[in-house]
Design a protein around this ligand. Sequence first.
Ligand SMILES: Cc1ncc(C[n+]2csc(CCOP(=O)(O)OP(=O)(O)O)c2C)c(N)n1
Ligand code: SF4
Length: 247
Amino acid sequence: MAKKRKLPEMLGKQISFCPGCGHGVVVRLIAECIEELGQTNNVIWNIGVGCYSLASIGINADKFDSLHGKASATSTAFKKLNPDTLIISYQGDGDAYNIGIGESISTAYRNENITVITVNNTNYGMTGGQMSATTLPGQMTTTSPKGRDCATTGMPIKFPELVATQFPNAAYVARGSVTSPANVNKLKKYIKNAFEAQLNNEGYSLVEVLSPCPTNWGMTPLQSHDRVDNEIMTYYPLGEFKKREVK
Ligand SMILES: Cc1ncc(C[n+]2csc(CCOP(=O)(O)OP(=O)(O)O)c2C)c(N)n1
Ligand code: SF4
């Protein structure tokens, strides 16, 4: 029998994203994990700038709205000042891998004991679907109307793979997706692993989430989920790239 999921208490006010968008699922999973780990009164949600900034309105817990791209840096500061508090940096691909790439790399490189959740929808959703660092080769966006030309713009960044291979002290690195119940359940495990690693002082943890943006992709919700499964996942494979050493 299907298990009924109780709405986490910290998600007070109802917020809504476009139909088919993955942000709502990710926010919900994070809240469920916080609650199940007993951290409701011991968390700071640090939220970057993008469509997900809206989540801040609905979250009934300590939270902060960072400037665009700076969430990993401000999360680092929060952690230094509150070493026993669960610090979550919620960012998008544009926020973490374009404007905030310096902060993202520096935070991972220093192995800061925070958790970064990056929702990768292969564009700047909030501002109208411009090309980001994760836009796929040939993908049409408002700023790559003929399709992304990798000869002039570089190849899409694989940040989890970069962290897992170049920063071996990182505690936990994974990539999940929201496109099926099985993937959502796996993603929840990844998020919980990341939080547990932080609470256990193991170091930097990162979970990237492949997420549909039907509005800017010009697709129906179902088409956008198919695109994640059939196209985006071939470039961005799912899985755990760095498993926790201590359990
Ligand atoms: C310093 C600065 N530059 C640009 C912007 C405009 N801006 C707001 S959201 C955004 C892109 C967000 O993209 P992403 O992080 O991928 O999130 P999404 O909306 O796709 O979930 C940009 C460029 C800004 N708010 N601040
Ligand atoms: S524009 Fe895209 S990322 Fe933003 S809420 Fe809509 S579907 Fe989600």
